[in-house]
Design a protein around this ligand. Structure first.
Ligand code: NHR
Ligand code: GAR
Length: 193
């Protein structure tokens, strides 16, 4: 069985979209794959309850309990390893990962970033896209490498930026597309891992 471990920090709507797609398209039968666990770095992440509703194992590795990024990442990696993952999915996961962590899972570590990479890596992407006068925005699914928001692109979606957009209205439009492309990108990866 190919175990998928999803890392979240917040509401987990991308995680929920992946879980729903896995159920609807029967990933168990199609790819011998399952979402094995959802791990959050924040104890109050809304996505934890969503995962539990779907009978998925959850775990918290609270970054605030650790003095350094290296110590947090070591504990996070150990928690992931216990699930024997074939694929590790960052879904609104908000902690930058150390090179040691990325190297350990390289090739089976993916992220969704709310911009059309290579434009706007990092945070506050929607505000920055509006301020730059972009006519289009979007989201990118990519392999994670040690360079932030830079790995090989797997999937992208484009949305228009409207004249009266705020960062919030643009984020909501991008998010609906994220929910389509992230499950699709993962489904395309599963036969190869
Ligand atoms: N780690 C590596 N090495 N490479 C990537 O491509 C990564 C990554 C970790 C997370 C997601 C990413 C995004 O899609 C991601 C990609 C958090 C930050 C950040 O600055 C930046 C990019 C991403 C996620 N985080 C702050 C930090 O100090 C904390 C911010 C907060 O807690 O709200 O880690 O955008
Ligand atoms: C999504 O838009 C995701 O692309 C973005 O946060 C949101 C999480 O929503 N990720 C980042 O900004 C990573 N730095 P979700 O928790 O509902 O999936």
């Amino acid at each position: 069985m190919k175990n998928i471990v999803i890392l979240i920090s917040g509401g987990g709507s991308n995680m929920a979209a992946i879980v729903r797609c896995a159920q609807r398209d029967n990933w168990r039968k199609a790819y011998d794959a399952q979402v094995a666990a959802v791990i959050s770095n924040r104890p109050d992440a809304g996505g934890l309850a969503v995962a539990r509703e779907h009978m998925i194992a959850t775990e918290v590795v609270d970054h605030k309990r650790f003095a350094t990024r290296e110590e947090f990442d070591a504990e996070l990696a150990a928690a992931i390893d216990r699930r024997q993952p074939s694929l590790v999915v960052l879904a609104g996961f908000m902690r930058i990962l150390t090179p040691a962590f990325v190297q350990r899972f390289q090739g089976r570590l993916v992220n969704i970033h709310p911009s059309l990479l290579p434009a706007f890596p990092g945070l506050h992407t929607h505000r920055r896209a509006i301020d730059a006068g972009c006519r289009v925005a979007g989201a990118t699914v990519h392999q994670v490498t040690t360079e932030l928001d830079f790995g090989p692109i797997l999937e992208q979606a484009v949305v228009p930026v409207l004249a009266d957009d705020t960062a919030d209205t643009l984020a909501a439009r991008v998010l609906t597309q994220e929910h389509l492309i992230y499950p699709r990108a993962i489904a395309r990866l599963l036969p190869q891992i």
